[in-house]
Write a protein that binds this ligand. Structure first.
Ligand code: HPA
Length: 274
């Protein structure tokens, strides 16, 4: 365990374990505007990212930035309210540092969430989509560099990054609570500019149903370490050129806010079923 990342992880781990003594089972990463799920956590213990040694701190408005431990539907949860992004200038290794921490804390299941633009016209603003697979167009990979053998293999298989079992659980839960969950292939770009209409046409030809600027780095690292993964996207807008309208971060946040209750209800019911 002499990889420098493991030494940093040891320090972060002992700090977080002191503050959150209960071993979490499930980790949830909350994306843009999806923070209200955090309000449902019982007996919450909140730690601002800035207090956690070696933890990356986010700068974007709408990304609160705290780690929350507690119970949801009787399950021991650790929740990231806000994440850092590639476009903020962080290395993918730093963006995925919290995921490595979760594994070391004993987490077995990782739920990733984000906001996406809908490319496939089956998807409308306000829909929730289960990611079935992804296309990494961020131009990098969080596993570049010396492999951390303590965490996973050099060349990890990627044929089922998003657990089929958890996809089934999510879709069944959606049906039970009257939410018409969509499914789709997700393409991740670096951002921060939104895509051009020509880029969206290209992504559509490549087989992408939705586009965003996060999730993929965490998913690659989660898969590398053998976490069982579920990713749910909130479709906040039609991607560029799909409708005759411009994109704005304000609209993205407004749509996320509109569906936050459905989203929180869905995730909490899924957590109950896992
Ligand atoms: N493109 C990229 N990222 C996004 C979008 C989009 O249209 N909407 C929300 N996140």
């Amino acid at each position: 365990m002499d990889n420098p990342v493991n030494i940093r992880l040891d320090e972060t781990l002992s700090f977080v374990r002191r503050r959150l003594p209960d071993k979490p089972e499930i980790a949830v990463v909350l994306g843009s505007g999806l923070g209200p799920l955090a309000e449902m956590i019982e007996t919450p213990i909140r730690i601002p990212y800035g207090e956690i040694p070696h933890f990356p701190v986010s700068t974007v408005s709408g990304h609160a930035g705290e780690l929350i431990g507690g119970l949801l539907k009787g399950r021991r949860l650790i929740c990231m309210n806000g994440r850092v992004h590639f476009y903020e200038g962080y290395a993918l290794a730093d963006i995925t540092y919290p995921i490595k921490l979760f594994k070391r804390l004993g987490v077995e299941t990782l739920i990733l969430t984000n906001a996406v633009g809908g490319i496939n016209t089956r998807l409308a603003a306000g829909d929730l989509m289960v990611i079935v697979d992804h296309i990494n167009l961020m131009g990098s990979n969080p596993l570049i560099g010396e492999n951390n053998d303590a965490l996973g293999p050099r060349f990890p298989d990627m044929s089922e990054v998003y657990s089929r079992r958890l996809q089934e659980v999510a879709l069944k839960t959606g049906q039970e609570i009257g939410i018409d969950l969509k499914t789709g292939v997700y393409a991740a770009l670096s951002g921060p500019s939104y895509e051009t209409p020509a880029e969206i046409r290209m992504l559509s030809i490549l087989g992408a149903d939705a586009v965003g600027m996060s999730v993929v780095p965490e998913a690659i690292i989660g898969n590398h370490m053998g976490l069982e993964l579920l990713a749910i996207s909130c479709v906040t807008n039609a991607a560029a050129g799909i409708l005759d309208q411009k994109l704005s971060h304000e609209d993205v946040k407004a749509t996320a806010a509109r569906i936050k209750d459905d989203f929180s209800r869905l995730i909490s019911r899924i957590i109950e079923q896992i």
